[in-house]
Design a protein around this ligand. Sequence first.
Ligand code: GAR
Length: 218
Amino acid sequence: MLILGILASGGGTNFQAIIDSIESGFLKADIAVLITDNPEAHAVERAKKHNIEPLVLRPKDFTDKNAYYSHIAGELRKRGVELVILAGFMRVVGKTLIDQYRDRIMNIHPALLPSFPGLHGQKQAADYGVKISGCTVHFVDEGMDTGPIIIQASVPAYHDDSEESLGKRILAQEHKIFPYAIRLYSEGRISINGRKVVITGERQDESMINPPLAHPHP
Ligand code: GAR
């Protein structure tokens, strides 16, 4: 059974989607710990409700970024975590964690990378006026949302979209592709070849969950 460690800073709806996928049997994995940098994160309540250990670790309690992320890596390793999931973790992960979990950290980003990396991907896309946006699950490297892309989903974007309306449409897709990407990993179907993620036996619908024009205007 694949052992996951989740890092989240906020509401934790992606965390919840992963919990639900495990509970429904879609995803064969165990969540060993939920680590958050934010004591107020609703993700903590979700963890408690599902008997997952919550661990609050605040950067300000550590001497520097390296110390913070090597402590997190230690907590993950102690629990046998094999794959680290950034489910709305609003920080650029430090090298000390990346080094210990090279190619074993997945992040979800609310835009079609490489467009609109960094914070507020939904707002960046809405402000830019794109007609298609979406979300991306990728491996984490030292850059800002630059690691190899595992899976993406697209949604239409409209001229009158706000950050919220577009973000809501994107979030619904996030909840589908994140568990899906973890499932591909748990089945041993993912390997990395340079910038490219190779999915063994990839079907047409597996690297992009929904075609762009499949959704009517709400
Ligand atoms: C999600 O939209 C996720 O893609 C985004 O934060 C939100 C967290 O929602 N992550 C980033 O922007 C990372 N840079 P959630 O807490 O409800 O899962």
